[in-house]
Design a protein around this ligand. Structure first.
Ligand code: TRP
Length: 328
């Protein structure tokens, strides 16, 4: 029996190279090792975008298409939509009964996001409860491993604490404490050198055409100290080089690094190699994407099947939880 993995991604924007290289490629690898459940967490997207929900529908569809186009195989893993498995909401409610307010107020992302995001009112019950909903996503499948980035560690710790408290109160061996699965994944810089993020407007999207990718990379920041082609550069200071390390071959990486240091290659030529490699990496994804876009019923079938499988698993846990909490 394979151990179970669950992870989720929030449809709060179109998928970009950061999501792809940082998370999705890892998810594809894990589907051969574990029994994987991958969830598009659209209710989570509402916790911060409740005032403007209309783009979420497009983001969801883009996310599902890219999941499959990137290589998630519905015959190997379960791909589903959170809001189609109502048991998540039921467990969120029940877990909210036992979660002390102080635990939620202490989650670092809570205060951080409230101060960071000025254009939205995040002083809501739903936003405070974000990690309880995440705990429900994970615990309802009794997942052992949760592949996430380090930023999610506090949410995982809270999930473990909630599971422990549930077991302490109702002691039935129903919920298990999940472990974060921290796989080394590259930090993907955006075109301005900061972390790639849709909120920084520095992202290369999986849905960008080769022409747009070329345009974006051509204006990408490089080693700021290298003003002329005749200046020697330091590749480690150039986010273009960071992308080379993700998308180029070992030989090409060694070549551009040496040539940059010796001022033998200009930034434009270096970027051309990168553009070619990003496009080559994405080509299979683009053709699979196109197939899925041309056949919407295929996508609907995959999603319906995934939702059904997820709901069946979630329902098994909920039946036990309802009994443990004396609801039946
Ligand atoms: N909070 C996660 C993020 O921002 C998304 C998420 C929601 C999640 N539910 C989850 C991740 C369950 C892993 C497991 O990345």
């Amino acid at each position: 029996m394979k151990e179970r993995v669950l992870s989720g991604m929030q449809p709060s924007g179109y998928l970009h190279l950061g999501n792809y290289a940082g998370a999705l490629k890892n998810w594809v690898r894990l589907q051969d090792i574990y029994e994987c459940f991958y969830c598009v967490v659209d209710w989570h997207a509402l916790t911060s975008n409740y005032a403007n929900p209309s783009p979420i529908a497009d983001y969801k569809r883009d996310m599902l298409i890219n999941f499959i186009a990137a290589g998630l195989d519905p015959n190997k893993c379960t791909i589903f939509l959170q809001s189609e498995v109502k048991q998540h909401a039921e467990l969120h409610l029940l877990l909210s009964m036992i979660t002390p307010l102080g635990w939620l107020e202490r989650v670092p992302t809570y205060k951080e996001k409230q101060t960071e995001i000025k254009d939205k009112d995040l002083n809501t019950y739903g936003f405070l409860g974000y990690p309880v909903l995440q705990a429900a996503d994970i615990l309802i499948y009794r997942a052992r491993h949760v592949p996430v980035g380090v930023d999610q560690i506090p949410h995982l710790e809270l999930t473990r604490e909630i599971a422990r408290r549930f077991e302490f109160l109702y002691g039935k061996g129903i919920l298990i404490e999940p472990e974060p699965l921290l796989t080394e994944s590259p930090k993907v810089p955006g075109v301005d050198g900061r972390k790639m993020s849709k909120s920084y407007d520095n992202a290369v999207y999986l849905s960008d055409t080769p022409e747009i990718i070329e345009k974006k990379i051509k204006t990408m920041m490089t080693d700021p100290a290298r003003k002329r082609k005749t200046d020697k550069g330091d590749p480690e200071l150039s986010p273009v080089y960071t992308l080379h390390k993700i998308f180029s071959s070992p030989d090409e990486i060694a070549h551009v690094a040496a040539a940059c240091k010796a001022a033998e290659i200009g930034c434009i030529d270096c970027k051309k190699i990168l553009i070619k490699n990003i496009c080559r990496d994405l080509e299979p994804l683009w053709s699979k994407r196109q197939e899925l876009i041309n056949s919407p019923s295929t996508l609907d079938d995959i999603l319906n099947e995934g939702n059904k499988r997820a709901a069946a698993e979630a329902e098994k846990t909920m039946a036990q939880i309802r009994r443990a909490m004396k609801l039946v």
